[in-house]
Ligand binder design. Structure first.
Ligand SMILES: Cc1ncc(COP(=O)(O)O)c(C=O)c1O
Length: 388
């Protein structure tokens, strides 16, 4: 985010003694004021509505608190230390990263509890992790789903002063990474527990399959079933003498069902911080609740049913949905104009399909587009501009 005002953003750590890392983090400006006047924004700009962002952050923190589970938000959605700080200030216990690079950046910004939730299997990345873990005051954890992953981490951490907290990734239905629940997870946990330099920390799953279920009840039931499968594996582990301190689940759709499932100890939603047209398409939130938008200008209107805006795939990305959700309606939805969708993209052009019988747009008009998938849009953006 660009140049937000520093005006005493509250910090959880202000209530008690501060660690050096907390001191460092407290120096970072927080997004507590607009970055710059809305009317001065050029297009395309990726903007974040501060009031909506604050509401999203607070609501998910409240949901986790009420369920009695830790919140460890996934930062891949925003990749922004200032938003991570807001999440911690709202009560998050730590942060989840998809990449070692994200963890390195957050550690550099003073964050002290980082979970790299991605299988690390190469010597290069395992060494980066061990260099990161050597930072004073940093609590680092990661996952494995293979003996090869265990071997790579163990080689890098065998001589480390502290063992690396390592969770076993379990596939509860997404079919991406993770070992099968039950016996296979117990076997891998045994391998972790026996590996020099590693400490078995629990089990972890991602319920991305929830994106393929538009019916809210079906989605909640599937999320609950996935989390229950993971919790049952944790019970098998306890019976085998390998108690799982962390039973970690997480996805934005189905978040409340996941958090409320008995046996779950932490949730890792990511997208909720902004939401997007995919979540609106699933009925998770209305479109108006989406905090990240792309401000665009209508640059051409050469036919009655067609207008062109100045954001294409290099801004909105070509992402049309994830994990079975084939399309959430083109490439973005125009706020306040339910009749208008972004139908097609080239690199710097977005096609608006207009209903000739419906409302029109004018050349030079500014529109707010909620992208289908906010995470890659934030990833591509040079800056996120805070607006109110
Ligand atoms: C491993 C893992 N955990 C948590 C999440 C967060 O999911 P969502 O963005 O649906 O909240 C993701 C998303 O990609 C993920 O891959």
């Amino acid at each position: 985010m660009t140049n937000p005002a520093q005006n005493g953003h509250p910090s959880k750590s202000e209530e008690g003694a501060r660690s050096p890392a907390d001191e460092e983090r407290a120096k970072m400006p927080a997004p507590s004021a607009p970055s710059r006047p809305y009317a001065d924004l050029d297009t395309p700009s990726v903007i974040v509505d501060l009031a909506l962002l604050e509401r999203n952050v607070a609501e998910m923190a409240g949901l986790a608190r009420e369920a009695g589970v830790a919140l460890r938000p996934h930062v891949k959605t925003h990749k922004t230390p200032r938003i991570a700080a807001m999440q911690l200030d709202a009560g998050a216990a730590g942060l989840t990263c998809a990449k070692v690079g994200e963890a390195e950046a957050l550690a550099g910004a003073g964050f002290t509890d980082l979970f790299v939730c991605y299988p690390i299997v190469t010597r290069t990345k395992a060494r980066r992790l061990s260099a990161l873990a050597a930072r004073p005051g940093l609590s680092l954890s990661t996952i494995v789903d293979s003996p090869a992953g265990v071997a790579a981490l163990s080689a890098a951490f065998a001589d480390a002063p502290e063992p690396l907290e390592t969770l076993v990734k379990v596939d509860t239905g997404l079919g991406r990474v993770g070992v099968a629940p039950g016996a296979a997870a117990v076997d891998l946990a045994r391998t972790v527990a026996a590996a020099p330099g590693l400490r078995f920390g629990g089990v972890c799953a991602h319920e991305g399959f929830a994106y393929g279920l538009p019916d809210p009840e079906e989605r909640a039931a599937a999320a609950r079933a996935g989390a229950a499968t993971l919790a049952a594996t944790a019970e098998e582990l306890a019976a085998a003498g390998l108690p799982a301190a962390r039973v970690s689940v997480g996805a934005t759709p189905g978040a409340s069902a996941l958090a409320a499932t008995p046996g779950v100890t932490e949730v890792r939603p990511g997208n909720y911080v902004f939401y997007d047209a995919m979540q609106a398409g699933l009925g998770v939130v209305p479109l108006e609740r989406c905090a990240l938008r792309v401000l665009v200008t209508v640059v051409s209107h050469a036919a009655r049913d067609r207008a062109i805006v100045d954001a294409g795939s290099k801004t909105l990305t070509s992402d049309q949905g994830a994990h079975g959700l084939a399309s959430a309606g083109g490439f973005g939805a125009v706020v306040g104009r339910e009749d208008v969708r972004i139908e097609r993209l080239s690199e710097e052009h977005g096609w608006l399909r207009l209903d000739p019988a419906g409302s029109d747009v004018g050349i030079g008009e500014t529109l707010e587009v909620v992208p289908v998938h906010a995470c890659p849009v934030a990833n591509l953006a040079h800056e996120l501009v805070i607006v109110r």
